[in-house]
Design a protein around this ligand. Structure first.
Ligand SMILES: [Zn+2]
Length: 93
């Protein structure tokens, strides 16, 4: 959601030509936004910490590529360690 907001208001055709890169597998809200914007490709840094709506995205014809990068896994572990309240609030576990 931050990436989309930071991109600003762009013509719809631009999003349809984009690839979005995420550190973590996208949650339902972010997956919905990706589908709504018709972004055709998602590169996911890791999905071991949390697996989002990857199958749903694929069912919409969106290309989903999971890298499972050690740096992304480490970034998530550090974030959860430093901000457990935010993690628990966002993911609800
Ligand atoms: Zn999300």
């Amino acid at each position: 959601m931050d990436a989309l907001e930071n991109a600003g208001r762009l013509p719809a055709v631009i999003y349809r030509e984009c690839t979005i890169y995420t550190i973590l597998s996208p949650c339902s809200m972010c997956s919905g936004a990706i589908a709504l914007y018709e972004i055709p490709k998602v590169i996911i840094g890791e999905n071991t910490t949390f697996t989002g709506e990857e199958d749903w995205l694929r069912s919409k014809g969106i290309i989903v590529d999971v890298v499972n990068d050690e740096e992304c896994i480490g970034m998530m572990a550090q974030f959860i360690k430093e901000h457990p309240e935010l993690w628990n609030e966002d993911i609800g576990i």
